[in-house]
Write a protein that binds this ligand. Sequence first.
Ligand SMILES: [Mg+2]
Length: 576
Amino acid sequence: MSKVTQTVNRELRADRPVSLGELASPARLVPADTPLADIDRTFRAERALRSLVVHDGDRYALLSREHVEYTLTGRLGYGRGLHVRSTAAQMVSGNSFSLPGHLELGHAAQRILTLPEESRYRDVLVLTDSGPGVVSVSQLFERLSADFRYAALHDSLTGLANRRQLEERGATFTTDDLAGVAVLFIDLDGFKAVNDTFGHRAGDEVLVGFADRLRGLMRPTDVLARLGGDEFAALLVNVTEAQALDVANRVVHHAAAPFASDGHLLHLSASVGVSMAVDVVDELELSQLDALLRHADGAMIKAKKAGKRQVARLDGKGAAPITRNALIRRRLTAAFESETFALNYQPQLDLVTGECTAVEALLRWHDRVLGEVSPAEFIPIFELSGDIHRIGEWVIDQACAQARRWLDAGEPRSVAINVSPLQLAARTVVPQVLAALAAHRVPASLLQVEITEGSEITDLPRAIGQLQALRDAGLSIALDDYGTGYSSLAMLRDLPLTTVKIDKTFIDTIEDSPQDALLVGGVIDTAHALGLRVTAEGVERAGQLHLLRAMGCDTAQGYLISRPVPAHQLPAVQLC
Ligand SMILES: [Mg+2]
């Protein structure tokens, strides 16, 4: 395992404060009648001290170093001479802002962001049952950022890893690691009947209970994930086939014990498919985990067909659907010549005006043999082969040509294009964009570049330079899939962005999970405080749209508004 993976997991398992009080450090108290001169001396003597808490009986107020220095340096026109006889109480007379310790972190962040700019200090006074405390604002926002990433990588019902985390772990494997990697695909038999007969709450109880039993069978280095519904997957490292089969058999054994729910004993069983790295040696390296999952899934189906409650392995090479990636790679070579690429456009609804004057251009590839192939499958192959620059240039040119057609038709739309971090790293984007805008006589304000947050933006200073050049030219820059990558808040601050697009993962659950709704609300407020616009991705239900509008989100994109469609099928700007 790589060091990076271990660090991420340790960080995620860390104890997580949920209320402001848990985050607070004890306050340094001074009486209300303390002369300002003494306070000034204290701050001068202790450079690391950022704030004091002034108390008058049981009333408390925060006195920050910034405020004291600002007052005493005379920028207000008075200065030291006048203020030196003041007391601490006079200094804080206007400042009664404090937050209760029981406040949830997301709520606390929202309250802080609603303060007028001049009264936002680096620390906040927190009142807990055990007395006053101080929380650093940057620490609070870092914590929220970590929470966002935690939510993106975990299944909220069982607390297990989700598919995304499994994929991230899979991506860290080297060829050497792979020799000892096994994947178990686990499916509960008869689960649907539990949901149908006893209701979803009983179903959820079974899933949580089953997840606990599975946890007990894993070693710390294994990754156990819930893929969705009653499907789980386990990624075992450093195992032989015999050991993997042994774990699989124990899963079947432990699933057979009844689950207690609401006074009932529910009897279920599990079917498990096992795949080993030797099954997928022919596959392209980048998709090893996908290949392993597909094989294990196939084996699980075989176990079901053979009567459930058992473990199966696919045998023989012929049984495995293993060559898709290899085939995609071969067909892609010819795709440029045969003109089988196209751009589809997905409208974005402006939540204030109700119009759709912006679209995201999405690359589609329809192959004669393979049918529709998703960019998630072929873009990584392009990135490996270097063809990403060629297809990237094609996308930029097509998007500008289409923007021109809309201008000519008297219905201008701005177009967002997705740019790979590799294009930024190779410095090809800026000249290509400028050339295409000029060739099609399209104003730069009609083009937006979307970049994906993540570990791939490896050369940040260079990426910033490229993005800044695009901003200077008049384009807008959106951070895509926000919340699923690393160091989220730092990205918002450091990249020259105009827009943040919140990932579908969070939008999916805002109606059901108050926690996720809170996170999304917090991100919207934070982005606005930084002067950025916010787009919600993957909006599929009217309820989500309603909530997002109430939270002040600027634009929404998703199937509820429209799927990505060819340009001529787009709804009119006013009617979407
Ligand atoms: Mg995008």
